[in-house]
Ligand binder design. Structure first.
Ligand code: CO
Length: 464
């Protein structure tokens, strides 16, 4: 019997799914050395939302977090989730930016890049895979899983084979909305194992109540690696609990994982979670509605809030029904960042206007025009005609040298000598210009309130 290795996701997706990515670095540090000894194949610890939240909400430099993780994790690999050409942002970047980002992340500690694209467009992940391989890291290509009349077994096999052919060193099935059913997972993984030579990883969510069974069937099918989250940060919007997965797979046999250590880690995070209770979602158990309407939980809660703000909460059911209709109209795209936001915003317009596609959002037009990549299915003809006259916005942005000039003038104008020559600071500036400017200006001239914030956020670094 072959047992899959385990990726622990509490530091990235676990806390992203349950407490909106608000966990601070100094709440991670005390437990890292213990996590390092468990025997996980990797710790997923970095990604788009964690990067964004560090700068936007936590007043932390995401790169300092990465460096800190690397310092304490002596043997366990650090894994990150990368949105292909979108990196950790919401639009495409020039390949020179992609290369600098991957090179710098690898240098600061990322050993596995899980690279995905919301549309499953191979062109959007190829350069990242090439750059990650160049850095001698694990370049993991990804299937963004969804269900639709066009997403059948052959579709996934073809895509997986393409991902192997462009040089991915492993393949992940990323089921962000918990749509993958146990028997489907079994068949899919059996086929992938038979047709591909690279290791297969599975990532699913507990939202619809299928994850434990799906992970178990994947184990039976011979999957190479499963993603889990420590029990005190598991289930609901998150993942199968690490300890439960181990218990299921090893039954009465002894496992290579240290149970006492796992209990200690879970206890630690149980206490930490209490500090973030205001970021917890409203879900109490599971949400089977998602299996039919395909709206991911995170997306639904945001749309619900927007309707309340507009005093249109009675339109919620209409909105939920509108999302799969739009999905059909735009060729059954998977819903994951950034397509989930784009489709959600258009659905809201359609419902508020009381007429479908009366107003078209800029990003929605770009999506249909192929600005985000190739659409997997066929776009509705009327909709295609509607966008013909619009100009495609320039999404593929400037190269790194041009962007660097802006950064240097910003540093010079604001007397930020120390950060001028740093690639990590440059990348913060390129990827999140507004947030990065605020962040660096605060560092230069902290007001009284900022000092309190800084001490809270940077307590660990200041004392280190
Ligand atoms: Co996930």
């Amino acid at each position: 019997m072959i047992f899959p290795s385990i990726t622990e996701v509490v530091l990235r997706d676990g806390q992203q799914s349950l407490i909106a990515s608000r966990m601070r670095t100094n709440d991670m540090v005390p437990i890292l050395s213990k996590m390092d000894l468990v025997g996980y194949s990797s710790l997923e610890a970095w990604g788009g939302a964690t990067y964004d939240c560090c700068l936007r909400f936590l007043n932390e430099d995401p790169w300092e977090r990465l460096k800190t993780l690397k310092k304490y994790l002596k043997q366990t690999k650090i894994q990150m989730l990368l949105r292909g050409k979108n990196l950790v942002g919401y639009k495409k970047y020039h390949d020179s930016v992609v290369e600098l980002f991957i090179k710098t992340s690898a240098k600061e500690g990322v050993a596995i890049f899980r690279i995905f694209d919301a549309l499953n467009d191979i062109d959007n992940i190829e350069s990242s895979i090439t750059f990650a391989r160049k850095q001698d890291t694990d370049a993991q290509g990804t299937i963004s899983y969804t269900t639709s009349p066009i997403h059948n077994l052959n579709y996934w096999l073809r895509l997986a084979k393409n991902i192997e052919d462009i040089g991915a060193s492993s393949l992940a099935i990323k089921d962000m909305a918990g749509l993958l059913r146990p028997k489907t997972a079994y068949t899919l993984i059996k086929k992938l194992k038979k047709n591909l030579n690279i290791p297969i990883h599975l990532h699913t969510h507990s939202t619809t109540g299928l994850a434990d069974a799906t992970n178990f069937k994947a184990f039976e099918a011979g999957v190479d690696n499963i993603d889990t989250s420590i029990s005190s940060f598991s289930n609901l919007y998150a993942h199968t609990a690490t300890e439960s997965m181990i218990a299921m797979m090893y039954d009465n046999r002894s496992s290579p994982f240290n149970n006492e250590l796992l209990t200690e880690i879970s206890k630690y995070f149980e206490n930490i979670r209490k500090n973030y209770s205001k970021y917890e979602g409203s879900m109490k158990g599971i949400d089977v509605k998602m299996l039919t309407n395909q709206v991911p939980g995170g997306m639904l809660s945001i749309l619900e809030k927007q309707l309340v703000d507009l005093k249109k909460q009675h339109k919620l059911m209409d909105l939920i029904k509108e999302i799969p209709r739009i999905r059909k109209d735009v060729g059954y795209i998977p819903l994951v960042t950034p397509t989930s936001q784009i489709v959600g915003a258009q659905a809201l317009s359609n419902i508020i206007d009381g007429e479908r596609y009366k107003n078209l959002n800029k990003e929605f037009i770009d999506l249909i025009r192929g600005g985000y990549g190739k659409i997997p299915g066929v776009v509705d003809l009327d909709l295609q005609r509607k966008v013909e006259d619009y100009q495609l916005h320039e999404i593929d942005h400037f190269d790194v040298d041009i962007l660097k000039k802006d950064f240097i003038s910003f540093c010079e104008e604001n007397n930020l000598k120390k950060i001028k020559n740093s690639d990590t600071d440059l990348l913060n500036f390129i990827l999140f210009p507004e947030q990065a400017k605020d962040f660096y200006l605060q560092q230069r001239k902290p007001s009284f309130n900022d000092i309190i914030e800084l001490q809270e956020g940077f307590g660990f670094y200041l004392s280190d």
